[in-house]
Design a protein around this ligand. Structure first.
Ligand SMILES: Cc1cc2nc3c(=O)[nH]c(=O)nc-3n(C[C@H](O)[C@H](O)[C@H](O)COP(=O)(O)O)c2cc1C
Length: 322
């Protein structure tokens, strides 16, 4: 395989999930080289700085999480000029990079000319990336994230070429079409087809839940960079475990005992990020995911999921986790 020894691992942008508190937690657990914010939807307005700070509080800490992991700001929209103006503003506020979302399958987003619907128009992808590229200082990377296509995976070839020609620094490919939704499998085999027609750095994404999935993906895609989304929620140590397969160390299966210590601090940072009611909702959301991979969480989740008052939720949760 023509790849360096240790891959670079990215935490996927996930709207409503990988906000500042989750990025902070997961990057403190370790193994993550790069984060991207949840998408910021751009129509025809220049967003005020407050919107950027809410999307990416890390702007106030050199655009890095407290663990030192860089965070790029993701913009989503269909109009090149407003995207470029907002990208320029993000750069002025200290963004380390701008990622453009061309993969979102949400019907509301697609109806309003954003996300995966743009995969049908290679020319528009080119125009958007080029215009944004021209609007931000040269030292700030502009990157893009696509699916294989809207309904036809072959679209990824021309789209990747256009995005490369427009000056993007790297391209994340979620290896499914919009029509595939989130249905397994992810078609990692398309990555070698994209590599055959471009030189752009590719970040391979989709369906990496375990180290074994990663190794299969690595053998198929043979890229240096990989992005993981939902798998990170079910196993916060997944990035470390993947990295450890490239070293002499080896981590055991992630255990209940390890993960349970992370939950109270996630609650606290979610409360700092927004408020305690939000922290209750986010902590429940994450615990629901953890129940799918670590069965010991099930009884605890069943008991706390009905609690809505923050102090009740928090004290019961802490009692059950101790
Ligand atoms: C709840 C949720 C929210 C998402 N939000 C975004 C987003 O804001 N921007 C984006 O580019 N992709 C978004 N995605 C897609 C993920 O970044 C990723 O491409 C997808 O989940 C596949 O990776 P995975 O199989 O590792 O989860 C989202 C996915 C989920 C499940």
């Amino acid at each position: 395989m023509n790849t360096p020894a240790t891959p670079r691992l990215f935490l996927a942008p996930m709207e409503g999930v990988t906000d500042w508190a989750m990025r902070d937690l997961l990057t403190s657990v370790g193994g993550i080289d790069q984060c991207v914010t949840e998408f910021l939807r751009i129509t025809d307005q220049l967003m005020p700085p407050s919107v950027f700070y809410k999307n990416c509080p890390e702007l106030k800490t050199n655009s890095k999480t407290r663990a030192g992991t860089p965070v790029f700001i993701q913009l989503l929209g269909g109009q090149a000029r407003p995207l470029a103006e907002n990208a320029a503003r993000a750069a002025e506020l200290g963004a380390l990079g701008i990622d453009l979302n061309f993969g979102c399958p949400a019907p509301t987003v697609n109806r309003h000319d954003g996300g995966a619907t743009l995969l049908k128009s290679t020319d528009r992808l080119f125009e958007i990336v080029q215009t944004v590229r021209a609007a931000v200082p040269k030292n700030i990377p502009v990157t893009a994230k696509i699916r294989l296509g809207f309904d036809d995976p072959h679209a990824c070839l021309a789209n990747a070429q256009a995005i490369e020609a427009a000056g993007a620094q790297w391209l994340t490919v979620h290896c499914r079409t919009k029509t595939d939704g989130y249905k397994p499998p992810a078609y990692w085999e398309w990555i070698s087809k994209i590599k055959a027609v471009t030189k752009i750095q590719i970040v391979t994404n989709g369906e990496i839940w375990t180290t074994a999935d990663f190794l299969k993906c690595y053998a198929t895609a043979q890229t240096n960079d990989y992005m993981i989304g939902r798998g990170a929620l079910r196993d916060p140590y997944l990035f470390n475990r993947i990295k450890d397969t490239f070293s002499d160390r080896s981590l055991n299966e992630t255990t209940f005992l390890e993960v349970k210590t992370l939950i109270p601090s996630f609650y606290d940072s979610s409360a700092v990020y927004l408020n305690e009611q939000f922290a209750v909702a986010r902590t429940k959301g994450w615990m629901k995911q953890l129940c799918l991979s670590i069965p010991e969480f099930k009884d605890i989740f069943e008991e706390v999921k009905v609690l809505t008052k923050p102090h009740e939720f928090k004290s019961r949760l802490e009692y059950l986790l101790n």
